[in-house]
Write a protein that binds this ligand. Structure first.
Ligand code: ARG
Length: 423
């Protein structure tokens, strides 16, 4: 039986309503086969490829869509700036790390894909959108529900719904003469954007084995990183890095960047110093655990700096409550709830807290670590005149005596009554 016949057996009645469909197209095996099958089923396919800082060859993907798949209309859009401004910046404000570890690069990109899929579908009068997610991952949850929130469009997820297997896809592609990069079997499945690179599959699926060196592309092995540190001085305004000064080991300026270029440059510089390798035993939305590997050099350096600056300018109560909110926010993004009311409400809280997160942070990049070594802010709650043990302290130590006594009154009394010896 041909793959088309197999697929035809699986389609549901809703397909009769679908005349035109917008496909999130990467040019990889899955989306190439999906485009061709949809076309064969008589559905007009409009393809969409977004550049989000992953250095896609947009021209080559467009050529593939038009030449080999006979796609009449293809959208190639560079949304890197929007990704940085409306998505990554929120992640920075929220110190976003899923389960305290993963900067959520892939997860943050999905709602933006959703936004454009829906926009283009409306413009093209399409009845459906389609994407290449599997039935095992988080992306189906992020994309399907995002589309459902923003529209009433049908969502087609062929790999999941038609039960497509990799080998039959490869056979189908070669029969049809579709160009697929399968000459040497790549063991990894990669998703990347400006905020990081996600690596899955192949040897990574065996958590009892160390991740092979060839999984990494953005970072050097920390043992092979330069013997001298590089410094990055990040200037934050309202929680967002606005300028960066790069310095050599003697603090001599060697480079600088502003805006979105900070992330691009820091991915390079921090990556060269072995910063940003992440290994994670991750809890997927679909109940199982997976071992995931990431490279996020800029994210790690920026989040370290941002967290440090927050500690300098926010009060203890704000910090402890915000740590809870940060964690919740990262969880909402990971679990595909970008368009949920709670996520929106937490954004407002985040923005309010960031009004004072302004200042400079010096990060030392050295053999895999991005450690904060100095910070400065006009909003610092730290006051040397209070904190110093040297002469010139304005702190009246005598006040400590009464404070200490009253502070401990309850628990010293309780201890005596409950556990103390009676005298
Ligand atoms: N586990 C991560 C997430 O759900 C990354 C998924 C990356 N996808 C890939 N094809 N490598 O966000």
């Amino acid at each position: 039986m041909s793959l088309l016949d197999k697929v035809k057996q699986k389609i549901t009645p809703e397909y009769t309503e679908i005349k035109k469909c917008v496909l999130a197209f990467s040019g990889g095996l899955d989306t190439t086969v999906i485009a061709s099958l949809l076309h064969e089923m008589g559905i007009e396919v409009v393809t969409m490829t977004l550049e989000m800082g992953q250095h896609e060859d947009l021209k080559a993907i467009e050529q593939k869509a038009k030449e080999f798949l006979k796609i009449k209309k293809h959208y190639a859009i560079d949304v890197t700036k929007e990704f940085a401004t409306d998505y990554i910046s929120k992640a920075i404000k929220g110190n976003c790390l899923y389960e305290g570890t993963y900067p959520n690069a892939t997860a943050l990109g999905r709602p933006l894909i959703v936004k454009y899929l829906v926009e283009i579908a409306k413009k093209e009068n399409a009845q459906a959108v389609a994407h290449g997610s599997t039935g095992k991952g988080n992306d189906q949850i992020r994309i399907d529900n995002g589309v459902k929130a923003l529209s009433n469009l049908h969502v087609i997820v062929p790999v999941r719904e038609w039960g497509l297997f990799r080998d039959e896809e490869i056979d189908y592609a070669s029969e049809k003469g579709l160009p697929i990069p399968i000459t040497k079997k790549k063991p990894y499945s990669i998703d990347q954007n400006l905020w990081g690179r996600s690596i899955e599959c192949g040897p990574i699926e065996y958590p009892d084995q160390e991740v092979p060196e060839d999984a990494y592309e953005w970072t050097v092995n920390p043992t092979k990183a330069p013997d001298k540190p590089t410094y990055a001085e990040l200037e934050f305004e309202n929680g967002i890095p606005i300028t960066m000064k790069v310095m050599d080991e003697n603090k001599k300026e060697i480079d600088n960047a502003k805006g979105i270029d900070i992330i691009k440059k820091l991915n390079e510089i921090a990556g060269k110093n072995g910063v940003g390798r992440i290994e994670h035993m991750e809890d997927r939305v679909i109940g199982f655990k997976t071992r995931e590997v990431y490279e996020s050099p800029a994210a790690i350096a920026i989040l370290n700096a941002h967290k440090d600056l927050e500690k300098y300018v926010l009060s203890k109560d704000e910090l402890s409550f915000k740590a809870y909110v940060d964690n919740l926010w990262a969880d909402l993004v990971y679990t595909g709830k970008w368009y949920s009311p709670l996520k929106r409400q937490l954004d407002i809280f985040m923005d309010e807290t960031q009004k004072v997160v302004t200042g400079k942070v010096l990060v030392k990049l050295y053999k895999g670590s991005a450690s904060v070594v100095a910070r400065d802010s006009k909003n610092a709650l730290y006051n040397i005149n209070v904190a110093t043990y040297d002469k010139g302290s304005v702190f009246n130590q005598e006040e400590g005596r009464a404070f200490t006594k009253l502070y401990g009154l309850q628990y010293t009394t309780a201890y005596k009554i409950r556990y103390g010896e009676s005298d």
